[in-house]
Design a binder for this molecule. Structure first.
Ligand SMILES: [Zn+2]
Length: 282
């Protein structure tokens, strides 16, 4: 799942590659990809790409007074290719053909079609329901007051930080990293954080999400790869020593994600039960 740093580097690279590029045509081989029909995709023909940016985990491709808002969901990628896709490419969801022969392609891995796009007036992007409901951006970190207000809910931090309506840009990978950097328990409640803990969380957002972006700027060339070289320290590293204190990283497995944490530094030494096992034992 591409999260804030991965979508931001994608938007930066696309912006560099495509600003000023004239669109020849656009089509959506993914039958359920377009969530809007007015204006139609054909309205993009003859327009110029004027910029690519990011909001939350969504890339936004601007074409004059129209904008394509894209949600990659868990398996989508937005990439530029030098040649056009075969129409038989089952991964293609949306194709924006550039006059010079290149193609901006929304692809999705796996069989499910969940990635989507909306063609909107550029002035309507902020008001679109997918954007309007987003919380403050996780990077750069919101002010202490703004973050404290956003998190003031009696919910565990792990799901709270992944809730895009609470704070925008963090998903299943970076939540583990941010909580570990802030030395906070994934089971602490948002409404119970004190000022000092809010401060640590802000620093962790800037350090880890900003650090990932700097890393990508250094190691990724002009083309964003399918698999991102994510600088992760604890996520998916259960059983390995904590890079800070050497304690074994523990994991709790849920239905569709894994939570990793350092028990020594985050949960007061407490190791939580693996939910898969407890479900089996019931
Ligand atoms: Zn540790």
């Amino acid at each position: 799942m591409p999260e804030l740093p991965e979508v931001e580097i994608t938007a930066r690279r696309l912006n560099r590659a495509l600003t000023g590029a004239p669109v020849e045509s656009a089509l959506a081989p993914g039958m359920v990809t377009m969530k809007t029909y007015d204006p139609p995709l054909s309205a993009l023909a003859g327009r110029e790409i004027t910029g690519v940016r990011r909001v939350g985990k969504m890339p936004v491709v601007e074409l004059g007074d129209l904008a394509l808002l894209v949600h990659l969901m868990s398996a989508g990628r937005l990439q530029v290719f030098d040649a056009r896709a075969s129409l038989r490419d089952k991964a293609s969801r949306l194709l924006i053909r550039i006059a010079d022969g290149r193609e901006l392609r929304l692809r999705e891995f796996g069989t499910r079609q969940r990635a989507w796009a909306k063609l909107l007036p550029v002035a309507g992007v902020e008001g679109d329901e997918a954007v309007a409901k987003l919380g403050p951006e996780a990077f750069p970190a919101p002010s202490a007051d703004e973050l404290a207000a956003a998190l003031d809910q009696p919910r565990h931090l792990h799901p709270l930080l992944r809730d895009q309506r609470v704070i925008a840009g963090i998903g299943r990978s970076w939540v583990d990293e941010v909580l570990w950097s802030a030395r906070l328990s994934p089971f602490a409640k948002g409404s119970e954080l004190d000022d000092e803990q809010i401060g640590r969380l802000r620093e962790a957002c800037d350090e880890r999400l900003g650090g990932a972006l700097e890393h990508y700027e250094e190691v990724i060339g002009e083309t964003v790869p399918d698999k991102m070289p994510m600088p992760l320290q604890v996520h998916r590293r259960a059983g390995e020593p904590c890079p800070r204190c050497g304690t074994t990283i523990e994991a709790v497995h849920y239905k569709d994600y894994v939570m990793c944490y350092c028990p020594e530094e985050q949960t007061g030494g407490r190791v939580y039960k693996d939910r898969r096992l407890s479900r089996l034992l019931k």
